[in-house]
Ligand binder design. Structure first.
Ligand SMILES: C[S@@+](CC[C@H](N)C(=O)[O-])C[C@H]1O[C@@H](n2cnc3c(N)ncnc32)[C@H](O)[C@@H]1O
Length: 287
C-alpha cells in the first residue's frame, strides 16, 4: 500500500536519513533503510525545521519548538520532538485507515448496535481517534504505557470525541485479550500493531516471533464470529515479516478466515521510490 496520506509527505530520503513534512513542519531524521542517494539538495534539507541526531539531540533551522498539532487523515494529533527521535506518530498507520473506515461503514449499514473496535498497542491513538470520530462506533484502546495513554487521551480531546466513545485500558495487550476471551467479549474490528520486542514486567518479556502464534490465536478468539475483521501490522525486518505471514497462514487457514497481505511503504512526493514500512495483514471472516 502506498496511498497518499492527507497531512503527511515524504519529501526526500537517502544517505541514511529521511525528510518528512508533518503539517507545517519539515523534520529530518535517521532512516537506516535509506541506502540510496538523495534526490534533493541544498536548502530542501538544510531548511528542515528540526533535525535529529542520535542519541538525543534536536537542532533547529530557525525557531525552537517541541510540540505542534497536525491533521492526518482528518484526525488532529499533537506531535512532539521526543529525545529518542520519535514524534508520536508512525505515518504508515495512516495508509490503511481508509480500509478500516470502509469496513466499518459496511458493518454499520443496519445501525442496530455500536460497532466495537479494539485498538491494541495503540500508542498515541491515531487509529483510535479516527474510528471514534465515526458515528455509532466505540473504541477500546489498550497500551501498556501510561504516558502513551495520556497522550492518546489528549489527542482524543483535540478531536472533540465524547468520553463515552473510548474505553482506555493501561494493560498488557495479551493479558487483556485473554480476559476478553474468557468473558466472550467480541469485537467487530481489531487493529493490532505488536512491537518486535515487549518488556511487560521485569521478568516477562517477549519477541514477536515467539508470541505471534499466541497473539493470532487470541485475536481470532475475540473477533466477532460474523464479519469481524483484523488489521495486523508489523514493522520488523523482511525475514520476520515472512515469519509472521507464515504463522498467519497456519493460524487462520481452514478456519473460515480470508487473509490478505500487503506491504506498507511510504512513497516520496516527487519520485517513484518507496521507503519500506512493514506489512499489513487483513483477516476477515468469509461472509
Ligand atoms: C510502535 S508503538 C505502536 C504504534 C501504534 N500502533 C500507532 O498506530 O502509531 C508500540 C506501542 O506498544 C506498546 N506496548 C508495548 N508492549 C505492550 C504490551 N505488552 N501490551 C500493550 N502495549 C504494549 C508501547 O507502549 C507502544 O505504545
Amino acid at each position: 500500500m502506498t496511498a497518499q496520506i492527507k497531512g503527511y509527505t515524504l519529501v526526500d530520503s537517502g544517505e541514511g536519513r529521511k525528510l518528512e513534512r508533518y503539517g507545517s513542519k519539515v523534520i529530518d531524521r535517521p532512516s537506516s533503510l535509506s541506502a540510496w542517494a538523495r534526490r534533493k539538495r541544498g536548502h530542501t534539507w538544510e531548511d528542515a525545521h528540526a533535525t535529529y541526531s542520535p542519541p538525543d539531540r534536536w537542532a533547529f533551522s530557525d525557531t525552537r519548538f517541541t510540540t505542534w498539532a497536525v491533521e492526518i487523515e482528518g484526525v488532529t494529533i499533537e506531535l512532539e520532538l521526543m529525545s529518542n527521535g520519535q514524534l508520536g506518530i508512525f505515518p504508515e498507520h495512516a495508509l490503511y485507515l481508509p480500509l478500516v473506515r470502509d469496513h466499518i461503514a459496511r458493518l454499520g449499514n443496519n445501525g442496530a448496535r455500536p460497532i466495537r473496535v479494539l485498538n491494541l498497542f495503540a500508542y498515541t491513538g491515531l487509529a483510535t481517534a479516527f474510528c471514534a470520530k465515526m458515528p455509532n462506533v466505540t473504541v477500546t484502546h489498550v497500551d501498556l504505557a501510561k504516558r502513551a495513554i495520556e497522550r492518546a487521551k489528549h489527542n482524543a480531546s483535540l478531536n472533540n470525541i465524547p468520553n463515552d466513545r473510548i474505553r482506555w485500558i493501561v494493560d498488557d495487550a495479551l493479558g487483556f485479550m485473554a480476559r476478553e476471551q474468557r468473558k466472550e467479549s467480541f469485537y467487530d474490528v481489531v487493529i493490532i500493531d505488536p512491537p518486535s520486542f515487549s518488556r511487560v514486567t521485569k521478568t516477562n518479556s517477549w519477541t514477536l516471533e515467539e508470541k505471534a502464534p499466541d497473539i493470532m490465536n487470541l485475536t481470532l478468539s475475540i473477533l466477532s464470529p460474523k464479519a469481524g475483521c483484523v488489521f495486523f501490522t508489523n514493522h520488523s525486518t523482511a525475514s520476520t515479516s515472512d515469519v509472521v505471514r507464515n504463522i498467519a497462514l497456519d493460524t487462520y487457514n481452514d478456519r473460515g478466515v480470508e487473509i490478505e497481505i500487503k506491504p506498507l511503504s511510504l512513497k516520496e512526493e516527487s519520485t517513484e521510490r518507496l521507503l519500506p514500512a512493514g506489512s499489513l495483514i487483513v483477516l476477515s471472516h468469509a461472509e
